[in-house]
Design a protein around this ligand. Structure first.
Ligand code: PFF
Length: 443
């Protein structure tokens, strides 16, 4: 397939915006705050930051590099680099992860759209704060409403992806990313001037390591993979549309910084409001859909704030869902020579269907998320790191890494991380997860 038919980014800025759009999503605004709330506040944030530095940034570099060097989807990338070897399985695992994650991601994004609509129409904020648990339960008990919004979300995602790399994905990112930062800043203005701001800040800054435990460390690693879109070849795919000869390391730092910044900002929006109204910061997954609306309901301009927040969540989810679908679409386009629109509609339709059980069967969504974030992404990431660190020869790696502004010292540090630090960290944690899994299910 000719590269011109695959498409490419207009330049470095387009790539970084799209990749940051992939990274910033439900993982930042929904998961990061509730996981921080349930796992010892700043203790979780510290461990998370360490994983981003030692595992996350080096793996972004590895993925983008593999994509840029081969100009292929994850399966094609491994095939081109090591034909006939078992490495292709890592690519297949990535494409499978795209199916699994987007299936339930579309359902949660649908909840965000539903809340955005209900906030804008005034229906949500017409209820009292006490009614917010009920409002969420009503949505959970209504499969048609959930599947309807999931379908709407998947439709928008598919339309964007079907339009192509520059005219679809990049253009959407260029509109949605600035809108997202704008919305965060407006919401931040409200939360940081609320009476609970000092307590909310203290919650994010004071580590309580006794509340972290192993499960918190595991969650921090899963969170780093999920939030940075790593381990399934999304960054391989986005890297495959990169033509400019820029330093990949610089882009990786920018992407990780934007992603981390947005996660922390989401915490800064949410926790001050939670404390202002004396609500529970460790509420778990309901933090954003139940606890936060309670706070909004007690504030002036409640509908405005609530609409803004759920628009933020929807926009963030959209740019991430686009990248999840793109992994699958690039696979069909490269490997089976399908046209982009055909690949987009077939993949979008299949993933939508696969997601319906997450909306209607209790516990299914959590099981899918556990499978993807605890297993598929870390396993994929482990092998991508091992491949870049050990299988690629020194010259191959150096050529792939090279770009305007890259240095030899940087290369050595990166190579050390993908050879030793990242596989060790991920390996230890996978073994721990396995031991716990066997213990929990074996006895
Ligand atoms: N990074 C996205 C988030 O934080 O919501 C989710 C995601 C997108 C995971 C793309 C994996 C991926 F390949």
């Amino acid at each position: 397939m000719k590269d011109s038919a695959r498409g490419s980014w207009s330049g470095h800025v387009g790539f970084v915006l799209a990749a940051a759009g992939s990274a910033i999503g439900l993982g930042n605004i929904w998961m990061f705050p509730y996981r921080t709330g349930s796992n010892g506040g700043a203790a979780f944030v510290f461990v998370y930051l360490a994983f981003v530095a030692v595992v996350g940034i080096p793996l972004i570099v590895a993925e983008v590099m593999l994509g840029r060097a081969t100009r292929r989807n994850p399966v094609g990338a491994f095939r081109i680099l090591r034909p006939g070897s078992g490495w292709q399985i890592v690519g297949w695992l990535g494409v499978a992860s795209g199916f699994v994650i987007l299936s339930y991601y579309g359902v949660v994004a649908g909840w965000a759209m539903d809340y955005m609509w209900a906030s804008a129409s005034g229906a949500l904020m017409a209820g009292t704060a006490q009614r917010m648990t009920e409002a969420f339960d009503v949505l959970m008990g209504d499969p048609y409403r959930q599947v309807g919004w999931q379908a709407a979300f998947m439709l928008v995602t598919t339309v964007v992806v079907s339009r192509g790399v520059e005219a679809g994905i990049e253009r959407a990112s260029k509109v949605l990313m600035p809108a997202l930062f704008g919305l965060v800043l407006v919401l931040l203005g409200f939360s940081l001037t609320s009476p609970g701001a000092p307590e909310g800040l203290a919650f994010l800054l004071n580590p309580r390591f006794d509340e972290l435990g192993w499960s918190g460390v595991l969650a921090a690693l899963g969170q780093a993979f999920f939030s940075l879109s790593l381990g399934m070849g999304a960054m391989i795919t986005y890297g495959s549309y990169l033509e400019v000869d820029q330093s990949i390391v610089r882009s990786a730092f920018l992407i990780a910084a934007a992603d981390t910044c947005l996660a922390v900002l989401a915490g800064l929006v949410i926790f001050p409001l939670v404390f202002t109204f004396g609500l529970e910061p460790g509420a778990g997954p309901g933090l954003v859909f139940i606890t936060l609306p309670k706070a909004f309901a007690l504030m002036p301009a409640s509908s405005f704030l609530s609409t803004g927040f759920f628009a933020l969540l929807t926009f963030a989810a959209l740019t991430s869902a686009i990248s999840l679908l793109e992994v699958v679409v690039a696979f069909f386009v490269d490997e089976f020579q399908w046209s982009r629109p055909q690949a987009s509609w077939v993949a979008g339709g299949l993933i939508f269907a696969l997601g319906v059980p997450s909306a209607v069967v209790g516990g299914f969504l959590d099981a899918m998320d556990g499978l993807a974030s605890d297993w598929m992404l870390p396993i994929g990431g482990l092998f991508i790191g091992l491949f870049a660190g050990w299988t690629l020869g020194g010259d191959e790696a150096r050529n792939g890494y090279r770009g305007k502004g890259s240095s030899l010292a940087g290369f050595a540090a990166w190579r050390f991380c993908v050879r030793y630090a990242a596989p060790a960290a991920v390996g230890i944690i996978l073994v721990q997860s396995l031991v716990r899994f066997v213990r929990d299910f074996g006895g």
